[in-house]
Design a binder for this molecule. Sequence first.
Ligand code: NDP
Length: 490
Amino acid sequence: MANTLTTESGAVVADNQNSQTAGPGGPVLLQDQHLIEKLARFNRERIPERVVHAVGSGARGWFEVTNPELSRYTRMGMMSEAGKLTEAFARFSTVAGSKGAPDAVRDPRGFAVKFYTEDGNWDLAGNNTPIFFIRDPLKFPDFIHSQKYDPYTNQQEADNVWDFFSQSPEATHQFTWLFGDRGIPASYRHMNGYGSHTFQWVNDAGERHWVKFHFKTDQGIHCLTSDQADVVAGANPQAFQQDLREAIDRGAFPSWTLYVQLMPEADAADYAIDPFDLTKVWPHADYPLVEVGRLVLDRNPDNYFAEVEQSAFDPGHMVPGIGPSPDRMLQGRLFAYGDAHRYRLGVNHTRLPVNAPKGVSGGARNYGRDSAMRFDYNGGRWPNYEPNSRGGPAEDGPAAYEGLPVTGVSGQFDPAVREVDDFTQAGALYRLMCSGERRRLVENIANGLSEVMLDGVVERSIDHFRRADHEYGARVEMAVKDKRRKREQL
Ligand code: NDP
């Protein structure tokens, strides 16, 4: 019967309430296959959580191109004409918390979108900030360790967070962003998203532009203060998850307008800012936003684990017309994301329904075979090597993007090809804030910094803020002293 409970092997379960026992009052029997299988399966329900971005929510939707001129810049098929629709899946997340941690915390948010294009999946695995804390992937594990749980106390420690910051001046811009109002969005719907990295767009003629992506929320930016967030996080750890799901359920589909900043290739050499430095933005006055299209999320996943937990975004998943830049963080992520998914989900994660390139007729075609959980046809009788004389898939088409010109000898070099300025843009951001936001920014920083016990960390950190803007540093210094004095008086 269609609705009869079965074991994993399909046999009918006659009793799902009582384990087999030796007599009515006796011990449980090892021969109870249904019990053993049920418990063993339950024990294995969890897969490794993401080391970063573990707490997340996802939704399905589509992307519509609104700009008819994009083929001047890119040969991406999905951008070829206004009105073109591409199916999409988006996942939003916090960064530092482990599974179960609340949504409403001060933390950057992941803003990852998978576009199921006819030329393969394009994953734009960005954040809700246009910049990042560091510019070299060699520092990433140390940075994340400083944000996550301390090996002794098993909780986030102000000493670690600020010790790392005080010795990483390039984080001043992102710390200013994070401790400002936008550091705690009111929901996933009320925040912008950014590709953050610089990518390359290449058109049919092989001309290249450097490109940055900006998703602007159509719901408007709404944020929570630290005090408001404490209340929301305490009352409902999954507040953002619930907000997103309920909005879609009631037909209030969240949407974002996608813009790009476009830099002609030749500009990069002389531009005042290193255009491949992830700690910097390109000022809009230099490179204005150009509208691209609209992302709309209109369907909730039916099953969180299958669709959201198993979704895997990889900055290396690009399609013809878009490619990498020399941004070191992007180059590091081109390796690290796929590697994380191979560890977390296995090498066949790209075949899972949420990750498979469903826009491509017939799906992925290559000679990768076997390994754990290969649940599809595995290539059947087709040859598993290439080249072959049996009509198997063969290479075709032009290169997906243009190669990067390189010179010099290999080695470990200072990050930027021009003078490094870690403070000017942080100061510009401070000065862009209204007086109320500046006050909250200083207060938020001082709350954490005043808890630091390690020698030198507070002084070095304040110096970073002072170099961004003298008033900014002076106010943080005063607020830290004030908080420490009040604490001593208690
Ligand atoms: P613009 O005045 O042209 O743009 C300011 C940008 O800052 C807008 O994108 C705006 O986003 C955003 N913004 C406004 N208020 C805040 C805030 N309180 N916290 C974070 N972002 C905010 O200036 P510039 O392009 O010259 O950039 C100046 C500074 O603005 C930069 O140093 C950078 O920190 C920040 N910024 C710049 C972006 C860029 O790509 N150029 C993007 C985001 C921030 P919105 O329009 O959505 O309100």
